[in-house]
Ligand binder design. Structure first.
Ligand SMILES: [Zn+2]
Length: 194
């Protein structure tokens, strides 16, 4: 029997749009820096909403993040002494879910604290496979909520709207920088795409 490196773990932070996932990720990473631990943060290149990979919280805490094209690029950027590996916007990774899970599991087995954040469901309220897989194997899983714009209940779904109507179910799962609008909605107010 082989014992794995101590301290390794996976933390998954998930939820719908506007649920504060990145804010929670930055909060944890800020604590990592206060503890003088070395971290490496990554964000998939497809997220074009921000000019650089920098993660910025509402209260101005900044965490430098490297943009990556694949989860397989992470290893080469882990300098000596890194203890914490963070991936924001996990759902933007193009890699198959089993590869994302395998890489994160190996990092945790090697002793890294791996923290991932991202959407748990797409605009059809279908699970994002990579996040679903990591939620299952994570030591710690946190599901955050937004507030439903229609009724004020806790929102768990991301409604993608095009000209005010739900996006068709055939629309691409990932649409960044388009004219789409997203609303956080509860189960009852969410309109299932047709
Ligand atoms: Zn509602």
């Amino acid at each position: 029997m082989t014992r794995l490196a101590a301290g390794g773990r996976i933390e998954a932070i998930c939820g719908c749009m506007y649920s504060g996932k990145t804010e929670e990720l930055i909060r944890r990473l800020h604590h990592v820096t206060i503890a003088r631990q070395k971290l490496a943060a990554f964000t998939p290149r497809r997220d074009t909403r921000y000019a650089s990979g920098t993660l910025v919280s509402h209260n101005g805490v900044k965490i430098e993040a490297r943009t990556i094209d694949s989860v397989h690029n992470i290893r080469q950027h882990l300098d000596h002494g890194v203890q914490v590996v963070a991936i924001d916007e996990l759902h933007f990774l193009d890699d198959p879910a089993e590869e994302v899970r395998a890489v994160c599991q190996q990092l945790a087995d090697d002793g890294y604290r791996v923290i991932v954040a991202g959407l748990d469901q797409d605009f059809r309220a279908e699970p994002f496979p990579a996040m679903a897989a990591l939620l299952a194997v994570a030591e710690q899983a946190d599901k955050l909520y937004a507030i439903c714009v229609c009724c004020g209940a806790y929102a768990t779904r991301s409604q993608r709207l095009i000209d005010g109507a739900p996006a068709p179910t055939a629309a691409p799962t990932i649409a960044v920088g388009g004219l789409e609008l997203y609303e956080a909605r509860c189960r009852a107010c969410f309109l299932q795409p047709m």
